[in-house]
Write a new protein. Structure first.
Length: 563
């Protein structure tokens, strides 16, 4: 049989219906494979899904944004139909939001395009800006050095001796909302890489004119995009329906227990219900905590290269990032058309935005709700303002009180809202309800959730497994696997799904992260220096420049004296 005919006969079992697993199903079903997706939840979407758990109010597992370097995400959205005439890409993405960093004691600043705004945004002094720029450039111009060394260094601690106290506290507050991690354990490698991709990205992405205005492009240094409605309703429900129309089968409420292995191949999968699953290809696209448990039930698998990485990969435990919603009975105005804010002095690293600014007008916000703020607490292990308890040790009631207190003390947020509401702040508007994502369980033993979340930390870089494993018919997918995006993100999930599909279908196209040619050259030079134990290329260039300038001054002085 030809390769394409053979593909039509091959059955693929995908375990995990998050973005990575659905991407694998998307790519392989297009190439004639018979794909069956098994998902432990009752709906697809993983960490990106939404729900209406109380009073028909939409909630999300966490907050999500899409940067200009999300090339695989945007390419994928172009392939999923919205209707007979347009794709999801054409219909579900907002225009860029303005990101504000808002302190307690003064007006905030916004992430506008001019690079000089970095100083104002993070409340830097000029010395802060110079030192910050130096360390950021060191991360951008390193490759092997960054993966091996900077990936083990806590970013907040690396910047701390370089910045003023105010600048340091403001800068670190963006690590959770922007990098998607906790500033207490995110690495210098991840922070530098993230901002390099945000500021240096190609190609740009074109968007057609719509009811909000003329055609526009999204590129480097532009703001982040949000979905124009609850994620399950505008993305995953339509994606699953389209995949089903292409022959993909779905089994919800089905979790994987173990894989049987004969020393060469996976022979079958066993579900927690006891049901066997037989396929020719098995794709493990669960969260890495579940994957580690699944593999350890088959020790012969767990000991293999790539697969043995899972236990150290999850050693730091899950990332506690708790989303919440504040629903108001009246509409609250904002001074900018679309914005999101980081409450920079918040102990829990709060970020929030008003969904009605970006969602379509016909999206139901819930019973009696006119304004709906979605927020996320990104730091779980720092003492709170009222009870002195970290988020992970709070009761639900204590957590909600902390949210209120940390927002109430943010004078910059009050100033922002007063500007647009005739002097009124959010405290002057009646609250309908405050709600936490329904799956979080608060207890005296700590907070937990049905689906633990993994993020990059200072201990994980060396343990990122590749999608291809030593087992010919077992493939890995997920943003915790090795990707060009190199950070736990929506882009990383889609890229990993494409890389997983590419293991068996080489024609799958994966969009690379763009690196300027000049930067590639400098990174290559630093790799050579690192290989022989040399200093960073920027240090060499700086010292060389000082020596050259000193020599030039000495030559000029000697020449003058000889006269």
């Amino acid at each position: 049989m030809s390769e394409s005919d053979a593909g039509k006969k091959r059955a693929v079992a995908v375990f995990g219906g998050g973005i990575a697993g659905l991407t694998v199903a998307h790519e392989l079903s297009r190439r004639g494979y018979a794909v069956h997706v098994f998902e432990e939840n009752e709906e697809a979407g993983g960490f990106f899904r939404s729900a209406r758990a109380t009073a028909d109010m939409p909630t999300e597992y966490s907050w999500h944004g899409m940067g200009p370097w999300y090339h695989n995400v945007f390419d994928l959205l172009r392939q999923i139909p919205w209707d007979e005439t347009a794709s999801l890409y054409d219909n579900v993405l907002s225009r860029p939001i303005d990101f504000g960093v808002i302190p307690d004691d003064r007006p905030g600043a916004f992430d506008d395009t001019a690079i000089v705004n970095v100083k104002k945004l993070f409340r830097f002094t000029w010395l802060d800006l110079a030192r910050w720029s130096w360390l950021m450039l060191k991360t951008w111009t390193a490759n092997r050095r960054s993966h091996a060394e900077y990936a083990t260094v806590n970013a907040a601690e690396a910047f701390r001796p370089l910045l003023s106290e105010t600048g340091w506290r403001t800068w670190r507050a963006t690590f959770g909302p922007w990098v998607g991690s906790d500033w207490t354990n995110v690495s210098l490698h991840q922070v530098g890489l993230f901002f390099r991709k945000q500021l240096l990205s190609r190609p740009t992405h074109f968007h057609q004119a719509d009811e909000e205005g003329p055609a526009w492009t999204h590129g480097a240094r532009d703001g982040w995009l949000l979905l124009r409605g609850p994620s399950s309703e505008v993305w995953f429900d339509k994606w699953v329906a389209w995949l089903q129309s292409q022959g993909v089968r779905f089994s919800f409420g089905k979790s994987l227990l173990a894989l049987d292995y004969d020393g060469e191949r996976v022979t079958r999968a066993r579900l927690a219900s006891g049901e066997p699953v037989h396929a020719e290809l098995y794709v493990l696209a669960t969260n890495p905590f579940a994957a580690a448990d699944i593999l350890e039930r088959t020790p012969a698998l767990a000991s293999l290269d790539q697969l043995r990485y899972f236990r150290p990969l999850v050693a730091d435990g899950p990332h506690t990032q708790v989303s919440f919603r504040i629903a108001f009975a009246d509409r609250i105005a904002w001074p900018r058309e679309r914005l999101a804010v980081v409450v920079s002095d918040s102990e829990y690293n709060l970020t929030l935005f008003a969904v009605e600014q970006v969602w379509r007008p016909n999206v139901d916000l819930g019973d009696g709700v006119q304004s709906l703020w979605t927020g996320t607490a990104c730091v779980a292990r720092r003492p709170g303002r009222i009870y002195g308890l970290p988020l992970e040790n709070c009761t639900k009631e204590q957590f909600l009180e902390e949210i209120r207190a940390q927002l109430a003390s943010c004078g910059g947020l009050d100033d922002l809202l007063a500007e647009a509401n005739n002097g009124k702040t959010w405290k002057d508007f009646p609250i309908v309800r405050i709600e936490v994502w329904h799956e979080w369980i608060f207890s005296p033993n700590g907070i937990r959730t049905k689906q633990p979340k993994w993020v990059n930390t200072t201990h994980t870089q060396r343990w990122l497994p590749t999608q291809k494993t030593p087992v010919a018919n077992l493939i890995l997918a997920g943003a915790h696997t090795a990707t060009d995006a190199d950070v736990w993100s929506i882009e990383g999930a889609v890229e990993s799904g494409r890389l997983a599909a590419k293991v068996v279908a080489p024609d799958v196209q994966v969009k690379p992260v763009w690196i300027p040619p000049a930067l590639r050259v400098v990174r290559t030079l630093d790799d050579a220096l690192y290989a022989v134990g040399g200093p960073h290329i920027l240090v060499v260039l700086a010292v060389g420049g000082i020596v050259a300038v000193t020599g030039l001054i000495g030559w000029a002085f000697a020449r003058r004296m000889s006269r």
